[in-house]
Design a protein around this ligand. Structure first.
Ligand code: CP
Ligand code: NVA
Length: 319
């Protein structure tokens, strides 16, 4: 029988706040190594015999496939668990589900509506829990984003990132990720759609240690001027569909990333989007499909950074 681990040393990644600057840099370094190994056909079975459970309350393309393929590439396995298909849907508690899953699995990744659900899962699970997107945070996306920025700009510290649009789950964690790695970030969001206040405060405090300026504005042009990176996300995150008309009115046309906005940034600025994108809404087709866009590299890097994160959490490598 699998040893019950009521481990005080297990680590959960529910937000980028759960990783130190040093840990982020180590994960990015390992991700780079794993990427090279995979591309040269020399993958190592670092997670041989390990199994990841993937609980999904809401849809996913990138997160589901990159975690599942990542586990296979590392010699382990993955089990897809739609929340509708397990006893959670009939009222079994998250706590009992977490303990049960911990008996069979070595790590759990969960995509949930309410952030409290992944917090509860982590509190009761005896194995590490990774947030695969909640209404508040998306740490896995930010690791891939940082790797992509580093590949293009050959550094993180000292860069300037402009976020345009919704101060959503991706924006919250990106702000923390930037602050921890020395990237200054200005988020331009309509009134009422700013990132979480406590996250902005936390990011500002982290930024003081890395010389990163963290700011919020309602003026997209001022955020974008001379930026190295322009990033955005959908205006209508999963679960916000009933709010569509109000949101479109709040975000359009001022918070759309288009060629006019891109021209205000540095000439070699890159455009980033976690995907899925709505062309013609938060970004125009010419920008997302244009030369400055790095969205496919960003999507690919989900695989490499998550493989590194899984190795780190399951202690498959000495970092
Ligand atoms: N970026 C991202 O998390 O994509 P999915 O919703 O397809 O997983
Ligand atoms: N903010 C988006 C991100 C999708 C990856 C959402 O929550 O739907």
């Amino acid at each position: 029988m699998k040893t019950l681990k009521i481990s005080s040393s297990k680590k959960d990644i529910l937000s980028i706040a759960d990783l130190s600057t040093k840990e982020i840099n180590l994960i990015l370094m390992l991700a780079g190594k794993l990427k090279l190994e995979q591309k040269s056909g020399k993958s190592r079975p670092l997670l041989h015999g390990k199994t990841l459970g993937m609980v999904f309350q809401k849809p996913s393309t990138r997160t589901r496939v990159s975690f599942e393929v990542g586990m296979y590439q590392l010699g382990g396995g993955a089990v897809h668990l739609s929340a509708n298909d397990i006893q959670l849907s009939r009222g079994e508690t998250i706590g009992d589900t977490a303990k049960t899953l911990s008996l069979y699995l070595d790590c759990i990744m969960a995509r949930v509506y309410n952030h409290e659900d992944v917090q509860t899962l982590a509190r009761y699970a005896w194995v590490p829990v990774i947030n695969g997107l909640s209404d508040s945070f998306h740490p896995c996306q930010i690791l891939a984003d940082l790797m992509t920025i580093q590949e293009h700009k050959k550094k993180l510290k000292g860069l300037q990132l402009a976020w345009l649009g919704d101060g959503d789950n991706v924006c919250n964690d990106l702000m923390l990720g930037c602050a921890k790695t020395g990237i200054s970030m200005t988020a331009a969001c309509p009134m009422g759609y700013e990132p979480l206040e406590e996250i902005v405060e936390l990011a500002k405090a982290e930024g003081k240690m890395t010389d990163a300026d963290i700011a919020i504005t309602h003026d997209p042009a001022s955020a974008v001027r001379d930026a190295d990176i322009i990033a955005t996300d959908t205006f209508i995150s999963i679960g916000k569909e009933s709010d569509r008309a109000t949101r479109e009115a709040a975000f359009l046309p001022n918070y759309q990333v288009n060629t006019d906005i891109m021209k205000l940034a540095k000439r070699d600025a890159i455009f980033m989007h976690c995907l899925p994108a709505k062309r013609g809404m938060e970004v125009t087709t010419d920008v997302i499909d244009g030369k400055q866009s790095v969205v496919w590299q960003e999507a690919e890097n989900r695989l490499h950074t998550q493989k590194a994160l899984l190795c780190f959490l399951m202690k498959a490598v000495a970092l």
